[in-house]
Structure formats: structure tokens, C-alpha cells
Design a protein around this ligand. Sequence first.
Ligand code: PGA
Length: 241
Amino acid sequence: MDVITLKNYEQLSKKAARILAGKIELKPNSVLCLPTGGTPLGMYSRLVDYYEKENISFNKITSFNLDEYIGIKPEHPGSFNKYMYKNLFNHIDIKEGNIYIPNGNAEDLKKECIQYEKDISKAGGIDLLVMGIGENGHLAFLEPGDSIPAWTSVVKLSEHTRIANSSEFENIDLVPKKAITVGIKTILSAKEIILLASGKNKAWAVEKMIKENITPQIPATFLKLHDRATILLDKAAADKI
Ligand code: PGA
């Protein structure tokens, strides 16, 4: 794992956007795997800027999302579908047919997970996967536990994650209890990974990710198995390392 500490959230967002844009310039038909959450918002707003002001085109990219809730409509303000369109897809020239987000309303969720992996393979595999880290050390919706799923799966969300993600829901009881998430092998199969962490509340998880041996209790420790994983931190998130 390469660890890069930036001065602040602004610099972190700029660096992440530059890496992504660089990848797209180098390989215009890149297959990306993208996150939701508070952390990547600065990166997305810069990417929109690059599209508007620097002529970077997303016309040939394919985008997969890391995860999606089960049981809420795509137009729900808390859905990751809504988030992606609001913060990125509505503002760039990505082709609708190249957008993949797990369907948390599929009749057969198991089939949906299998199809998601097939779609990733059919697209040629993920060139660059970007993600955040949970305060509890989760990656995507792969929660700490005795084991973590290898490939895209239906998972139960921890109380910790449901509370951390509750801002778009009227109350905690309305935050879905389950989600579809890519698996740890889906993540590790990406050719390149960038993990973003910002703020003091991530310092514990960042410390564990870097210092602990690989354990499903801290899913982020699995990134040690990847030889092209870059961890971008701001100073607050790097506080304990
Ligand atoms: P956040 O989420 O960017 O909203 O902190 C990160 C994550 O839970 O993976």
C-alpha cells in the first residue's frame, strides 16, 4: 500500500480527481468502480469541473458502483443511484448504457449479484476502483465480522454503518438493514485501487488498516494484498499513523 498524506480535504479531493482524470485521459474507455458517501463529494465536483472547463470526456468510460441499499427506490434521496446522478452522472457525458449500479429492488437478489459480476467481467474488469473507508474499517458495505463475502453479495449492515449513513433518512429505523455490495475479491481484482479518508473520525480505521494483520474484523486490511493500492489521507485521518 502506498500512503500519501495531503494537507487537507481540498488537496485530497484534487489529488483523487487528478488520478481519475489522468486514468481517463490515458485510457478513455476505462472501467471505473465508484463510491458514494461524504468523502468523494469534493472529487466528484472537481471531475465535473474538468468536464466543463478542461474538455475531459467521460463518453467512453463504464462505471460500476460499489454498493446499493436493498428495498428503497432509486429516486429516494438516500439511494446511491440518486447520489451518483445528482453528484456526477447528470453533469458529465457518460453514456446511460455504461452505468451499472446494483439493483436493490431486483426480484431475485442473488441473481442480481451474479449478473453484476458478469457485467464487470464483460466490461473487461475494473481498471480503477475508488472507495472510502468506514469508521469501523469497512470497505464498500463489507462490514467487520468473522468472514467477508468474496464476490458481489447481499449483506446485513451494521448498526454503526446505519447510524453513520442516516442523514438522508427521516429516522434511523428507515435506513435499510441490507444492501448489495461488491465482494473483497471484486475489489482486489481491480487493476488499481485508491482509498480516500478524510477527518479525525477515520483516524482509528486508517491506523488499523495500516498496522493490523489482514483480518475480516477490519476489512480494509485486505488492501495489503493488492500491489497497486494507494491510500490518500488528509492530515486528520493520518493522525494515528
Ligand atoms: P463516508 O463513507 O465517505 O460518508 O465517510 C465512507 C464509507 O463508509 O466507506
